[in-house]
Design a binder for this molecule. Structure first.
Ligand SMILES: C[S@@+](CC[C@H](N)C(=O)[O-])C[C@H]1O[C@@H](n2cnc3c(N)ncnc32)[C@H](O)[C@@H]1O
Length: 239
C-alpha cells in the first residue's frame, strides 16, 4: 500500500482533468441538499458539470432548471461518450491502487462505484442533444464564464477547483471562485475543499482572507459525504 503524502507524488493525483461525473443522488450529499425539490423555483449552475447527470436529473425528475458548463460541451456526442468511458477507467485504475484512502460505505466496492459513474455518463449523454438545443449544456472555461452577473440563484462546483489544485495556481482558484460568485445571486457551494492528495488545500487561509477582502461571506460546512477520507466539507459563499 502506498503511503499518503502531501506532495505531488501522491498516487491518486490525476495528470489531466477527467471528464467524469456524479449523479444527483451524490450531488445532494456532497452539497448538503436536504430536499432538492425545495429548489424547484431556482435556477442552478453546475460548473464544471463534466459527465455529471445532475443537470439531466434536475430537469427530468424534479422539473428544476439547471445549466451545466464545461470546456468540452459543444463536442459531438460520440466524442463525449468515448472520453467519458475512457476517463471512468482512468480514474477507476487510480482508485483501485489505493482503496484504503477511501470510505467504502456509500459505494461498497469499485464495481458499484463504476456503476454510478456509468449511470451518470449514460444520463448526460442521453440528455445532451436536447440539452444543447435548450442551452442547458454550455461550453465555458473558468476563470471566465459567459453569463451575466447574478444569472443563477445557486451555483454548484464539484470536484474541480480544490481537487485539481495540484494543477492550478492560487490566482486561478481565486479568480475562478470570484467568477462563480459573480454569476450567482444567492449562494455558491464548492466541494470538496481537499486536494486529490487527501490533504486540505494548502493556501486556504490566504484564499479565505482574499474572499473577505472582496466582502464575501463564507462558511466551511461539514457535509454527509466522505468518499475520499477527509473530504467531508464544502465551502459555501453567501450573497
Ligand atoms: C471531474 S469533472 C467535474 C465533475 C462534476 N462536477 C462532479 O462533481 O461530478 C471536471 C471537469 O472540469 C472540466 N474543466 C477542465 N478545465 C476547466 C476549466 N478551466 N474551467 C471549467 N471546467 C474545466 C473538465 O472538462 C471536466 O469535465
Amino acid at each position: 500500500m502506498e503511503a499518503p503524502t502531501n506532495n505531488n507524488s501522491f498516487p491518486f493525483q490525476l495528470d489531466r482533468v477527467a471528464f467524469y461525473g456524479r449523479t444527483l443522488s451524490e450531488y445532494v450529499k456532497m452539497f448538503d441538499i436536504d430536499d432538492i425539490s425545495a429548489f424547484k423555483d431556482y435556477s442552478i449552475l453546475d460548473c464544471p458539470s463534466g459527465a455529471s447527470s445532475f443537470v439531466a436529473e434536475a430537469k427530468n425528475k424534479y422539473g428544476i432548471h439547471a445549466v451545466g458548463c464545461d470546456p468540452l460541451f459543444g463536442e459531438g456526442l460520440n466524442t463525449l461518450a468515448e472520453r467519458g468511458e475512457a476517463d471512468i477507467e482512468y480514474v477507476m485504475q487510480r482508485v483501485s491502487r489505493i482503496p484504503a484512502y477511501y470510505n467504502w460505505d456509500f459505494y461498497p466496492s469499485i464495481k458499484v462505484l463504476r456503476e454510478y459513474r456509468i449511470q451518470a455518463l449514460r444520463q448526460v449523454i442521453s440528455d445532451y442533444p436536447i440539452g444543447i438545443i435548450e442551452r442547458r449544456y454550455i461550453k465555458a472555461e473558468l476563470p471566465l464564464l459567459p453569463f451575466d452577473d447574478k444569472s443563477f440563484d445557486l451555483v454548484l462546483s464539484g470536484h474541480f477547483l480544490f481537487t485539481y489544485s495540484h494543477k492550478f495556481d492560487f490566482l486561478f482558484l481565486l479568480s475562478s471562485i470570484l467568477e462563480l460568485f459573480r454569476v450567482c445571486s444567492r449562494e455558491v457551494r464548492i466541494y470538496p475543499v481537499h486536494g486529490s492528495n487527501a490533504q486540505p488545500y494548502e493556501h486556504m487561509v490566504e484564499l479565505l482572507s482574499s474572499l473577505k477582502v472582496h466582502g464575501i461571506v463564507y462558511h466551511l460546512i461539514p457535509v454527509p459525504f466522505e468518499f475520499q477520507r477527509g473530504s467531508n466539507q464544502m465551502l459555501r459563499l453567501i450573497r
